[in-house]
Design a protein around this ligand. Structure first.
Ligand SMILES: Cc1ncc(COP(=O)(O)O)c(C=O)c1O
Length: 418
């Protein structure tokens, strides 16, 4: 076996994995069609491309009502506002997620209450949610992370017992299903990102699935400068403004999204098939833990495939393993920081209204969330989705690279000088 590529040896994989986003003449034609139509933007909302995109999206994901927005962050802010969550209310979010999951409640005037994750799935731990519920808790945002889904049965049970609004953050979970139901259709809202790295992309964009016609009507109004809308978020009903913003998706994005929807089923099938194969193959590598796949998570469709390495077995932490994997030609990253490690909401550092008004709720330095810290600081290895669009060889190369790093781990262990 050759030396580790990180130390000058030859890499396991010298052929690049397939690129993203995938595009062909259909995208060019779709954009050209919109340009020629002269109807480029998102007004009046929804335009014909946007309405067609939303119909296709709901067909793929399930659910009856949806609105199209500029990204998958404002979708969550809009969901909270449409549900009446606002100033000083508490919204429970997992500690292991992108900043958007906590930024959305702050933007809506609410306090994000950061709780720990389940170490077996890296998703929101329902026991931690229950322990964090107070008289001011109004909502919870489970995140379906990587290739996982949060335990939606337990979360919906808690939500029903405590009267909470559930906004599923499905930025990573297009096409995923829980007991046969589409991610984002189980809670009151499902928020999807179409940002360029996501597995269904329009460059930028977001979709918000809403459980009822009334919630969709309110969400459409908030997204469309406060104009009134028909129930379900259908055509505008006039210029009777309430408080909203311009969060509309453009027709150009919707046209790209429509082509993405045509490609999506085949891409999802490939990833799901190879991920099943990968679960077994990665489990054979010493010191590698495959996250638990809940049998209720009936269709997996994912953005990143997250593994946990055991730093004691490897003698290395995850960032060193990722560095060595990248050198071997395997695209990966060490993933998010734990939310309470981010500077961004700290009252001393920002003049944001919520942290400034409730500084006692943002004492991040006093928070200890051991599972999120372990995942984000030591264990998690996020493999890129492209690894799973390159057939068995794609997965075999990733497994061989991890095995190589394990076998030669001593070479990477930082040596103490004597
Ligand atoms: C978990 C999660 N939530 C929300 C978002 C926000 O999506 P967007 O970038 O479209 O605002 C992202 C992605 O960037 C994400 O990964």
């Amino acid at each position: 076996m050759s030396k580790l590529a990180a130390l000058g040896g030859s890499p396991i994989r010298s052929v690049p994995y397939p690129g993203w986003p995938v595009h062909d003449e259909r995208d060019v034609e779709a954009v050209t069609r919109v340009i020629r139509s002269g109807n480029w933007g998102g007004y009046p909302y929804p335009g014909p491309e946007t309405a067609a995109f939303l119909r296709g999206f709901l067909e793929m994901q399930g659910g009856e009502y949806a609105i199209a927005c500029v990204n998958g962050t404002v979708t969550m802010e809009i969901a909270l506002r449409a549900a009446g969550v606002g100033w000083g209310d508490e919204v429970i979010v997992p500690a292991y997620t992108f900043q958007a999951t906590a930024a959305a409640p702050v933007a809506a005037g609410a306090i994000p209450v950061i709780v720990d994750i389940d170490p077996e799935t890296y998703c929101l731990d329902p026991r931690a949610v229950e322990a964090a519920i107070t008289g001011r808790t109004r909502a919870v945002i489970p995140v379906h992370l990587g290739a996982q889904m949060a335990d939606m049965d337990a979360i919906m049970d808690l939500a029903e017992r405590h009267g909470l609004v559930v906004v599923e953050d499905c930025a990573h979970a297009h096409g995923a299903k829980w007991r046969g139901r589409g991610a984002g259709t189980i809670g009151h809202f499902g928020s999807f990102s179409l940002q360029s790295s996501k597995i269904l992309t329009a460059g930028e964009g977001g979709v918000l699935i809403c459980r009822t016609a009334e919630l969709a009507q309110r969400a459409a109004s908030i997204a469309n400068c406060g104009r009134s809308h028909a129930p379900g978020g259908g055509p505008e009903g006039g210029n009777q403004f309430t408080m909203g913003g311009n969060y509309r998706m453009t027709e150009l994005q919707a046209a790209l999204g429509r082509v993405g929807l045509e490609r999506f089923p085949e891409q999802a099938r490939l990833r799901e098939e190879m991920a099943g194969y990968a679960d077994e193959a990665f489990s054979e590598v010493p010191g590698v833990r495959v996250l638990r796949r809940d049998p209720r998570h009936t269709t997996r469709s994912f953005y990143r495939y997250i593994l946990a390495i055991d730093p004691a077995t490897f003698g290395l932490e995850h960032d060193a393993v990722c560095y060595a994997l990248e050198a071997e030609g395997i695209p990966c990253e060490a993933g998010y920081e734990a939310m309470h490690r981010y500077d961004l909401f700290q009252p001393g550092l920002s003049r944001l209204p919520v942290p400034s008004a409730f500084p006692e709720r943002f004492r991040f330095d006093q928070m200890h969330l051991p599972e999120a810290e372990r995942a984000s600081e030591r264990e998690a290895v996020w493999l890129d989705e492209s690894v799973f669009r390159a057939g068995r060889r794609g997965v075999d190369d990733a497994v061989a690279a991890l095995q190589k790093i394990y076998d030669q781990r001593q070479e990477l262990v930082p040596r103490r000088s004597h």
